[in-house]
Design a binder for this molecule. Sequence first.
Ligand SMILES: [Zn+2]
Length: 142
Amino acid sequence: MTHSHPNLTADASSLSVPTDENGGLALWFKRCPACQALAFPPTLPGCAACGHSLDAVEPHAEGGPFFLREFVTLHVPLVDGIKTPLIVGEVEVAPGLIRQAVIEVAAEAELALGQSMRPVLSGEADGSSRRCVFVPVAQERS
Ligand SMILES: [Zn+2]
């Protein structure tokens, strides 16, 4: 398992929680008690904004919407185990807090900058390699 892009391959259960029967997810955050900034992933030891320890903070879940800030189609597998072409985006999960994530749409043409996104569970039907990806809010999953 590689750690170079942890949020592309991380175990979805540590970062998110199911919100419905259709794969919908909410993301776990911690809110810094010192400066009120949201921290993601919740496994961070300290606040990225002020450095305050988050060890004693209970995580809470937020379902978004989150906002698409950049996207690109990868044609070369930069991370072991991913299939290309793959659309990777930068999603603003909290004000100023941007994370790279896999965007699960058929083609870039379905995407627009600033679009509302929501996290869903994706992966093999047998439960292997399930991961958190983002889809446009308005899009029904097939
Ligand atoms: Zn802080």
